[in-house]
Design a protein. Structure first.
Length: 232
């Protein structure tokens, strides 16, 4: 049995190890992705739960469901890679599914409420995840990998976006611990979009290529190291 601790990660297509490009199906995307690179740097065994097209309900639920399968002392780090707020997930007999195609056409209205409601719901997941990790004394981090909403969705909220004010949560301090929470659309801020810089699959697919995953992993590992996040 391995003596390595576990690094448990969940997210969407920017985090999964099984991404296939719809725009470039002939491109071999079987490269090492950023969670694998970070786990290797931390000398941990990776459990990557991320799935393409899935939303924040799945990310939150999959992490909690996985954590309870293991002794707490076996877990070395937990990482939530959040995605767009309006994605819809559901489970039937513990089998999770998501309908990204429906979401593409639902701009300001959707079965689960409007954009404002969906953003607040996602922020509640983030606060809840944070507090559960702290209560279990588990090292963790969370990052808004994909922006909370597309440009048309986020337009009313992008100017000086302050989650604490947006949610109106009544806490003395900001409800998110920014020692362990990074960015609001990290994939755009950390990895250049310009095709000529060579970090993306192509002009029609913004997902990371092998070089992009390495750059993103270096940023994540640097954050963990500089902020000493392995210690709780």
């Amino acid at each position: 049995m391995s003596s390595k601790k576990l690094m448990i990660v969940s997210g969407d297509s920017f985090t999964t190890s099984r991404y296939i490009s719809m725009h470039y199906p002939k491109v071999n995307t079987d490269w090492i992705v950023w969670p694998d690179l970070v786990a290797d740097k931390l000398n941990m065994t990776l459990i990557n739960l991320a799935k393409s097209g899935f939303g924040n309900e799945y990310i939150y639920s999959s992490l909690l469901d996985e954590i309870v399968k293991h002794p707490i002392e076996d877990i070395g780090f937990v990482f939530a890679g959040w995605t767009e707020a309006k994605r819809m997930d559901w489970a039937v007999k513990d089998y999770w599914d998501s309908d990204l195609m429906v979401q593409s056409f639902l701009q300001t209205r959707m079965p689960g409420g409007d954009v404002q409601h969906q953003i607040k719901k996602s922020l509640r997941y983030q606060y809840s995840f944070q507090q559960i990790m702290k209560s279990l004394n588990l090292p963790f981090a969370q990052i808004q990998v994909h922006r909370l909403g597309r440009d048309e969705d986020m337009k009313p909220f992008t100017t000086n976006f302050k989650p604490n004010n947006f949610c109106n949560f009544k806490f003395e301090k900001t409800f998110l611990d920014y020692t362990r929470h990074y960015k609001w659309g990290a994939e755009s801020e950390i990895v250049p979009h310009e095709v000529e810089k060579g970090y993306r699959i192509g002009p029609a697919d913004e997902h990371f290529n092998e070089k992009g995953h390495k750059l993103f992993a270096d940023y994540i590992f640097d954050c963990i190291s500089k902020k000493d996040l392995l210690n709780v």
